[in-house]
Design a protein around this ligand. Structure first.
Ligand code: SER
Length: 582
């Protein structure tokens, strides 16, 4: 069974159980202010898990491209990747544990024919104010011997986007989960541990499936039950394939092995002797290919910075090797499931090659600094200067010292730590609170964004469209395609249009429309060409129609004021506006 067949088998298994397939949402979320990347299948579904009606019903299934920048430093072992595809099925207040658990078992053991003796289960054992999940335990006991079921606390069997309950911001949703692990018999136990995935740290067990019972929302007074008891299942395609093919190293599955072979050939690296380097190259370049396909370009900020880090780390491990044939191998393999990769191949390749040239120049400049310092002898510099050499020229602290520079090494280490924390936060989600922030001001900001979008199109034509947005209670941030600065008069005019629409106190409502109809009435937004179901379109009076998940104010008059604070140039023909609403 290959990746394509595994996906098809999963989707049709759940379609036969009345699930509707939903779109694979863009890797760069269009209308989610909370995060840089789509990092799980549930992320685009948050409004529906919180209780809104989904146009396609209460039983959903899909495969979602996902990227987790927080895992960058984990890549190099036999199981971690930054980019992965997640198989997901959801119940939005429909079925619950007694259906999900037997279905999951049937899928794994009948459809995928995984040997039962290699599968192990974990269940939430209760912690703090949240009770033990005895219901799941009892359901599993009907399927597997009780000794194969282990209990664990919030560290292992609780899922939310921010991790354990105490790290969840107010508004965030989460719940206990039950997980299935696959035991690889080719990996030896390194120490005395039982056949228990909760205790074993020898790498013998791989988590392949996670059913979250998404039933809580954090409030400032503790947890409250969500209106619906939801199921949020996620299973990493790469890991499921590893179990199906019984490869304890996911980089040796049929999905990765052609890529690994191309790296071995082009970089003259023997996989067995250079596992870590080859895995980093394979994962990072594959992730980069998907990010560029999703419209990200290397830069020093946010998404672009993460892409730059992935690429430069791959180049460091590749040495002088030609990257072009490796990209071809990645695209050839991944286009079997994601066709746009081959359509955008030239663009993807060019972005990577340009970044490689830019990186070569950075290294050359760094070498000049080293050479100059050697001529001038020892010199004392402050830690900030030393850190700049590290962050802009890629020089390690050891290289800087062998320049003859002396600096406060403790302060340098503190700066490094701060830097790494920042980039981790950027990857995990800029605002940990997630959509949780459905505060009054954020909702007003969201409606104001629709007005702003339409006002910009009124002024500059309908080729102008949104390329991103990010809304907090402090400010609205809106990105769009535009290749020059707005003049002061233009900014004033935009503010005037938005303010006049606020003053008109226009009603805001949504309708579920068949996608063709939504396109027909020229609702703004990105539509997936393959998608055939209904979409949610928000109307602001007769002024704006936009494909959107909500939520919004019910009348524009709820917004008191709208002011543009500043504009920024994002490069590549993109502009960013910051605005404030009250
Ligand atoms: N949300 C869970 C995860 O991402 C299950 O889908 O693992």
């Amino acid at each position: 069974m290959n990746a394509r067949l595994l996906i098809d088998t999963y989707i049709s298994f759940f379609e036969k159980r009345d699930h509707k397939q939903i779109i694979n949402s863009p890797l760069v979320p269009i209308d989610d202010p909370t995060t840089l990347f789509t990092s799980s299948g549930m992320q685009p579904l948050i409004p529906y898990l919180l209780g809104e009606a989904h146009p396609q019903g209460k039983r959903l299934v899909n495969v979602q491209n996902s990227f987790r920048a927080v895992d960058i430093d984990e890549v190099g072992d036999n199981r971690h990747t930054t980019f992965f595809r997640m198989l997901g099925n959801w119940s939005l207040g429909d079925y619950f544990k007694k259906e999900e658990i037997p279905w999951l078992w049937e899928f794994l053991t009948v459809e995928l024919s995984l040997p039962e003796d290699k599968l192990f289960i974990t269940v939430f054992g209760g912690e703090d104010e949240i009770e033990k999940d005895t219901e799941s335990f009892e359901l599993w006991k009907k399927i597997v011997p009780a000794q194969k079921i282990s209990f664990a606390g919030v560290d292992k069997n609780w899922w939310s986007r921010s991790g354990v309950p105490k790290n969840m911001p107010v508004g965030e949703i989460g719940g206990p989960d039950t997980e299935v692990y696959f035991r690889f018999d080719d990996i030896e136990h390194k120490k005395e541990c039982k056949d228990n995935p909760v205790e074993c740290e020898c790498g013998k067990f791989l988590e392949i499936a996670n059913s979250v019972f998404m039933q809580y929302q954090k409030t400032d007074k503790g947890f409250k039950e969500l209106p619906n008891k939801n199921v949020d299942f996620g299973g990493g395609l790469e890991r499921l394939l590893a179990a199906v093919e019984q490869k304890s190293d996911i980089f040796q599955t049929s999905l990765f092995s052609p890529i690994v072979k191309a790296i071995e050939r082009e970089a003259d690296l023997d996989y067995v002797k250079n596992q870590k380097a080859v895995r980093i190259i394979a994962d990072h370049l594959r992730a980069a290919v998907y990010l560029i396909d999703a419209g990200v370009f290397p830069s020093n900020k946010e998404r672009g910075y993460i892409l730059r880090r992935l690429l430069r780390r791959s180049f460091d491990n590749l040495g002088q090797a030609d990257v072009e044939n490796i990209i071809s191998a990645i695209v050839a393999e991944c286009a079997k499931t994601d066709k746009t990769l081959s359509q955008n191949f030239e663009e993807i390749k060019n972005v990577i090659l340009q970044e490689q040239q830019a990186y070569k120049k950075v290294i050359k400049d760094a070498e000049k600094i080293i050479g100059g310092a050697e001529e001038n002898g020892t010199k004392e510099i402050n830690a900030d200067e030393a850190f700049k050499m590290y962050s802009t020229h890629g020089l390690s602290p050891t290289q800087i010292k062998s320049l003859g520079y002396i600096f406060d090494e403790q302060k340098f280490a503190d700066l490094m730590q701060e830097h790494s924390k920042k980039s981790k936060t950027a990857g995990a989600g800029m605002f940990k609170g997630g959509l949780a922030d459905h505060s009054e001001l954020t909702i007003k900001g969201h409606t104001a964004t629709h007005l702003l979008h339409q006002a910009l199109r009124d002024m500059f034509g309908t080729d102008l469209h949104q390329t991103g947005s990010n809304i907090t209670s402090e400010r609205v941030r809106f990105d769009f395609n535009f290749d020059r600065n707005l003049t002061d008069d233009e900014i004033k005019k935009i503010e005037e249009i938005v303010t006049s629409k606020i003053k008109e106190n226009l009603p805001v409502h949504f309708e579920m429309l068949p996608i063709e109809k939504a396109k027909g009435i020229k609702a703004m937004g990105l539509f997936d060409e393959k998608y055939e179901g209904d979409v949610k379109v928000y109307f602001i009076g007769d002024y704006s129609k936009e494909f959107c998940g909500g939520p919004h104010v019910d009348f524009t008059g709820k917004i008191k004021s709208f002011t543009i604070i500043k504009q920024e140039n994002l490069g590549r023909g993109q502009k960013r506006i910051y605005a404030k609403v009250t």
